[in-house]
Design a protein around this ligand. Structure first.
Ligand code: HEM
Length: 266
């Protein structure tokens, strides 16, 4: 299964042009959903106004090379390893899901645009990337969904309680899981049986929900978070600290209660 390019099988009844059109439509949906979200929340306007205000309070004028160094460090740590999530399992689960999704998406785009013709030979690297990416996304996303999200971990809600905020993680898991099952059933060579077609339909539907739901889901955090991390680190480096006061010059005394339980109530 891991060497199977599922889009080759699909090309027997759907033309590669249609598959490529679907990918372009999904990218357009992401752009549209993010723009609508930006207009609705006015978050980017707030972000730039805040950055302008903070700049006035800067204690140091950063040179271009200092700014570049801060940005590179942010990319290497805050963005590439989501360091905001600390050292624990929350970060491991996120990194698994994030890189899994990136591999899955890159694998899909390359196989659909370069190797979806019935006559093409797919280098085994791409199906492997696609399957490993999907497995990592299911593990990282499932770990987060069943054990780590705030409602379950901190508020003791059951894992099956679903709210609108879960749209992103659930659609993400669904698209990778249905993709994997579709590829597995296809690799069994079931000829005219219907099983793989059912999972193909579920795969398409979950992608439509994932990419069509950007306006309502947390999808766009993957664009906002890197911007916010760069702004925060620049504000720390130039001393403006996002207009926040500096840390108190006093010992950290939180009382004995802090030792009783790991902090997890938000
Ligand atoms: C392909 C890129 C990414 C994917 C697929 C992804 C996926 C996810 C998912 C599924 C969640 C859980 C959402 C929920 O609360 O229901 C999440 C949360 C989060 N993401 Fe991402 N993410 C990506 C990029 C990023 C980046 C670049 C950053 C930071 C720079 C980031 C920071 C966060 C944070 C801080 C949370 C909250 C985590 C928590 O509550 O434990 N993500 N992400």
């Amino acid at each position: 299964m891991i060497y199977n390019n599922p889009f080759i099988g699909l090309s027997n009844f759907i033309s590669p042009i249609v598959m490529q059109g679907f990918v372009i439509a999904m990218i357009a949906l992401v752009i549209l959903g993010t723009l609508l979200d930006i207009i609705h929340k006015k978050n980017v306007k707030y972000f730039f106004n805040n950055a302008k205000k903070a700049k006035k309070n800067a204690k140091i004028q950063l040179t271009t090379s200092q700014k570049t160094s801060v940005i590179l460090k942010t990319v290497a740590s805050d963005i590439a390893t989501t360091s905001e999530l600390g050292r624990g399992k929350r970060r491991v689960a996120h990194v698994l899901g994030m890189y899994g999704t990136i591999l899955f998406w890159i694998g899909s785009v390359v196989m659909i645009f370069c190797y979806s013709n019935p006559s093409s030979e797919t280098p085994s690297f791409w199906p492997i990337i696609w399957h490993i990416g999907a497995i990592m996304t299911v593990i990282g996303g499932g770990w987060f969904w069943f054990f780590l999200r705030v409602d379950v971990y901190s508020e003791a809600q059951p894992w099956y309680r679903i709210i609108k905020a879960d749209l992103f993680v659930l659609a993400l898991i669904a698209s990778s899981l249905t993709g994997l099952i579709w590829s597995y059933l296809q690799s069994l060579d079931l000829n005219d049986r219907w099983d793989d077609k059912v999972f193909l339909v579920l795969f398409i539907v979950s992608n439509l929900v994932l990419f069509g739901g950007v306006y309502w889901s947390k999808f766009a955090h993957m664009f906002y978070k890197p911007g916010a991390a760069i702004q925060k680190n620049l504000a720390e480096a130039d001393g403006s600290r996002d207009n926040l006061p500096p840390p108190a010059d006093a010992p950290e005394q939180f009382g004995l209660g802090i030792k009783r339980e790991e902090p997890k109530h938000y």
